[in-house]
Design a protein around this ligand. Structure first.
Ligand code: C2O
Length: 544
């Protein structure tokens, strides 16, 4: 592979959308940020220099970071933040991966404006396992806030109130014609007839899973989370924040004499306030003669809480599982784990008005532990044997309270606070069942694991049954990915091999839930062999 260098200057930039202008933290003044393109096997050197007053870190979402955990990016997990005036070079090699991923800020809510596509092409002269596209187009979904999202996060974490919702969803930073004062800020995809386009769809929104569809066009899904899948056709997709999906769009063979909206809007199962508006872009055919006022077709999207569509769609995603792209699903499991994930409550701080049930503050937890962010980075603490007082290596292997997760919630919905890590010896094969607890209403939680891909071997509704459900697990061609929705009112089972030493964050990719504590970390120990150990930190690694 070759080495590719990028410079990311973190700087303020005035951006106007929906007739509101505000100063935002950006990379190189761009919103969304610049596109990174590399090939499988390449080394990336991305020098991030912080010119703003807030701290920053960047995460390369979905990159395996084999033995290079120092470059992963989540603040206080693998590194201390890059402070004002400092630089840090993220240095990693893309090993055994190709496809669409993205990068984003991984501190506070800065990923609202600091994100961009991360595209890994196959090695030179290696074809895709599908029709060679005429053109490739990244479409990154995001959210626009008229106000400063940092004010929202502080409200959400301190009072535990529901999040103030964003003011628009966006395609490549553009809200599109269905919002007021936004028609000129519309993403347009100009296409020719009879061609195949590869759309690289990325959901970088903060708090919403999104349905996506293009009027009068069928899409062929060929990849999810940078893993090729058995191709299938669909009119509509669902992407949770943190998920990416590649689809082929075959354009009509004759000029259709119309334009077509592509649109996205949320899938919501929880309660509370949310933005149910629709972002739209336009698929525009190149016309043989100049045309005016062409009719515009609009796609039909599923209803806001269409869980049945979501579960059917995720069941259709299957790995190729062939000799070229085998599905190495762990068959023998060393460690069976059961995690409850969901919302709960915590006592309201004095002198505050909290918005949770009975005046409590909303909180969220995994196995009842609401993760508390340390003030020094976990990976550094571990590597330099300074874990005392920073974290506990005893993450609970089972929930503290057992109850009927989909029935009446228990009286006590309080979570406990802690910075606890689940320790795994090198090469442990793990099966993890994650159960939505429905304590404050059933809700889908897109759980993202850093440092690994995992196989989604099963999912279902209701309470997980450890006797019956494993009999139906798919151990042959399950989808392999880095972010999975724990179904609303149900469970999901994943398997992965802990072959990557380091500290790896796992969290709900709904930013407000992360803020409330729906997160934890794994500590994967070094193996015996020299090539099974985490490499030492680079000299420029920031200090806290
Ligand atoms: Cu895309 Cu920990 O995040």
């Amino acid at each position: 592979g070759t080495t590719r260098s990028y410079e990311f200057n973190i700087e303020l930039q005035n951006v106007t959308r929906l007739c509101h202008t505000k100063s935002m933290v950006t990379v190189n003044g761009k919103f969304p940020g610049p596109r990174i393109v590399a090939r499988e096997g390449d080394r990336l050197l991305i020098k991030v220099t912080n010119h703003v007053s807030s701290n920053i870190t960047i995460h390369w979402h979905g990159i395996r970071q084999l033995r290079s955990g120092w470059a992963d990016g989540p603040a206080y997990i693998t590194q201390c933040p890059i402070q004002t005036g400092q630089s840090y070079v993220y240095n990693y090699t893309v090993i055994g991966q190709r496809g669409t991923l993205f990068w984003h800020a991984h501190i506070s809510w800065l990923r609202a404006s600091v994100y961009g596509p991360l595209i890994i092409l196959p090695k030179l002269n290696v074809p895709y396992p599908f029709t060679k596209p005429y053109k490739e187009v990244p479409i990154i979904f995001g959210e626009w806030f008229n106000t400063d999202p940092e004010a929202i996060i502080s409200q959400a974490t301190q009072t535990g109130g529901g999040p103030n919702v964003s003011d628009a969803y966006t395609f490549n930073g553009l809200p599109g014609p269905l919002y007021n004062c936004s028609a000129k800020d519309t993403f347009k995809l100009k296409v020719k007839t009879g061609k195949t386009y590869l759309l690289r769809l990325i959901n970088a929104a903060l708090n919403d899973e999104l349905f996506f569809s293009i009027a009068n066009h069928t899409l062929t899904v060929v990849e999810a989370d940078a893993i090729y899948v058995k191709p299938f056709k669909t009119e509509t997709l669902i992407l949770a924040p943190g998920q990416t999906t590649n689809v082929l769009l075959k354009t009509k063979s004759k000029f259709p004499g119309a334009n077509f909206l592509m649109s996205a809007r949320p899938y919501v199962t929880g309660q509370g306030t949310f933005d149910n508006s629709t972002v739209a872009g336009i698929l525009e055919y190149e016309s043989p003669v100049p045309m005016k006022n062409l009719p515009l077709f609009t796609p039909t999207l599923p209803s806001l809480n269409d869980t049945s569509f979501v579960s059917k769609f995720s069941n259709r995603l299957r790995s190729l599982a062939n000799s070229k792209f085998p599905a190495n699903v762990p068959q023998k499991i060393d460690k069976h784990l059961f995690f409850t994930v969901g919302l709960g409550t915590a006592p309201c701080a004095q002198n505050r008005t909290c918005q949770g049930p009975n005046g409590a503050r909303f909180a969220a937890s995994i196995n009842n532990v609401s993760f508390v962010q340390p003030s020094v980075a976990l990976l550094q603490s571990h590597f330099f044997n300074k874990s005392k007082g920073v974290y506990s290596p005893y993450f609970p292997i089972n929930p503290v309270h057992w109850f009927n997760y989909t029935g009446t919630p228990p009286n006590n919905t309080f979570v406990s606070n802690g910075t606890k890590l689940m320790v795994l010896p090198f090469n442990t094969s793990v099966e993890l069942v994650m159960q939505d607890t429905s304590i404050l209403g059933a809700e889908s939680h897109p759980l993202h694991l850093h440092g690994f891909n995992f196989f989604v071997v099963g999912q279902g509704f209701g309470n997980y049954d450890p006797k019956k459900d494993p009999k139906n697990f798919n151990l042959v061609d399950p989808i392999e990915r880095n972010t999975v929705g724990v179904p609303s009112g149900g469970w999901v089972a994943i398997r992965f091999l802990a072959d990557n030493p380091g500290v790896w964050f796992m969290h709900c990719h709904l930013e407000v839930h992360t803020g409330w504590g729906l997160k934890m970390a794994w500590l994967v120990l070094d193996g015996e062999l020299p090539n099974q150990k985490l490499l030492p930190p680079p000299a420029d690694l920031p200090k806290c």
